[in-house]
Design a binder for this molecule. Structure first.
Ligand code: SF4
Length: 431
């Protein structure tokens, strides 16, 4: 049995070495292709400064790449164990100086509205990339509506649903300017108060009972849509008086309302030129539809919180990553085969270039666009032997879609600060 295993292992090794050799031959034939596939070949990998010289190329490939085979991915694990490659003389332990030298962040794309950002994180472990994702979703704070005081609601939406909808509207304000409310009374440093009072005009007596067509002709009475922009900021705090207090009383004490503001928020330097509200396009979010005579009157208090308490405080619509795809041609693919393979790819990873005598050759034009759908290696072993699909284990394409409270680049730096403070806390607890 042991002999059989050994034979199998030797056969696998030979196959992988053959693949590696064939790759080297293929890549040495095309300098341009090497550039385009950026990091696809053994030579490139072996030229990286952190790659030990005494590791066989096929082991190095398995250490740094996930292979997307036709049936299932292989070598998916991220091997951080320092002695993982001790038998081939490699010290696999984490080295801070190498991490410092190799780690890079490259911004690739900003959306026109500044809400989305795509960037590459290179030279990092999947666990760290995932930590950033989780911190972005659940631990970077924002402001969101937490309490709603409804004075009147004759719309079709129930009070609870209305309050829930209000909570999910992203507020365009920097949460770093506020404190956590916790058990403190709502004040100008921990609470934002909004007022919503909208009413749809009643139908006139003579218009009642008219047909829908006639009403539409006369354009009366209208239905209205309540939008986020209808929420008005109250910088002086709540205007609703506590039930036990008489609103007509002569006393002017602010403690009689639902907040305890000591000053108006718009007198604070951070808000004097920066009104709190819902900036475009967030101000266009629908809250409710009102029919003739219907009315909503309420006050909403927004406080600081984090996404792990409730999703309404999450600062991102989504934060996600994928490992950099790598598409490597193991041999030259020319003429009809090149055309066939180009057509197979649904996202246009491949291109065709003209070579001498009217012949054509396949190139990997946009490896980054590859979704690893594996369509190009379906249709028989012949394709699997010609194209190798991989992912680079330490290169992450990270996308952040902000909800609008903070720009994505600020969200990421906040996530870094949170991870740093967690590390410091851990170190102090261990020491
Ligand atoms: S795996 Fe899919 S997306 Fe990637 S190159 Fe092949 S066909 Fe194109």
């Amino acid at each position: 049995m042991a002999k059989k295993d050994q034979r199998m292992s030797e056969t696998e090794t030979e196959e992988e070495e053959t693949e590696a050799e064939s790759m080297s031959e293929s890549e040495s034939g095309s300098e341009e292709q090497k550039q385009e596939s950026k990091g696809g070949g053994i030579d490139y990998i072996m030229s990286l400064p952190d790659v030990p010289r005494n590791v066989p190329p096929h082991v190095e490939l398995q250490r740094t790449r996930v292979f997307a085979n036709i049936d299932a991915p292989t070598h998916t694990d991220s091997i951080q164990y320092s002695g993982a490659f001790a038998s081939v003389g490699l010290d696999n332990s984490f080295r801070l100086d190498q991490f410092r030298n190799n780690f890079r962040v490259e911004v690739i794309r900003f959306s026109d509205d500044g809400m989305d950002m795509e960037f590459d994180m290179i030279g990092i472990d999947p666990a760290i990339a995932n930590a950033f994702r989780r911190i972005l979703i659940a631990e970077v704070p924002t402001m969101a509506i937490e309490k709603v005081f409804i004075a009147n609601n004759t719309s079709l939406i129930q009070d609870e649903v209305l309050a829930h909808r209000l909570g999910l509207i992203p507020i365009s304000v920097d949460p770093r300017l506020f404190e956590y409310a916790e058990n403190n009374a709502p004040n100008e440093r921990n609470t934002i108060v909004f007022k919503l009072h909208v009413q749809c005009a009643k139908a006139l007596e003579e218009e009642k009972g008219q047909s829908k067509k006639k009403k539409e002709e006369k354009k009366v009475p209208p239905r209205i849509t309540v939008k986020a922009k209808d929420l008005k900021w109250l910088p002086k705090g709540s205007e609703f008086y506590l039930e036990s207090e008489d609103s007509n009383s002569n006393s002017t004490s602010k403690s009689k309302t639902y907040t305890s503001f000591t000053c108006s928020q718009d007198s604070l330097p951070e808000f004097s030129n920066n009104k709190i509200g819902f900036k475009e396009p967030l101000d266009d979010i629908n809250i409710a539809r009102l029919g003739p005579g219907q009315e909503i009157e309420l006050e909403a208090q927004a406080v600081k919180g984090v996404g792990k308490t409730h999703a309404k405080w999450s600062p991102v619509a989504t934060a996600w990553y994928r490992m950099l795809p790598e598409v490597v041609l193991l041999e030259e693919i020319e003429d009809e085969d090149a055309e066939t393979l180009k057509k197979k790819c649904p996202v246009g990873v491949f291109d065709i270039e003209d070579i001498a005598n009217g012949r054509k050759r396949l190139t990997v034009a946009q490896p980054r666009a590859c979704t690893l759908c594996r369509e190009c290696i379906r249709g028989g072993e012949e394709w699997e032997k010609r194209v190798s699909l991989r992912r680079v284990k330490d290169h992450f394409i990270f996308t952040i879609e902000s909800t609008g409270a903070l720009p994505p680049e600020v969200l990421f730096t906040e996530a870094v600060k949170i991870l740093e403070s967690k590390c410091e806390r851990m170190i102090s607890e261990l020491s």
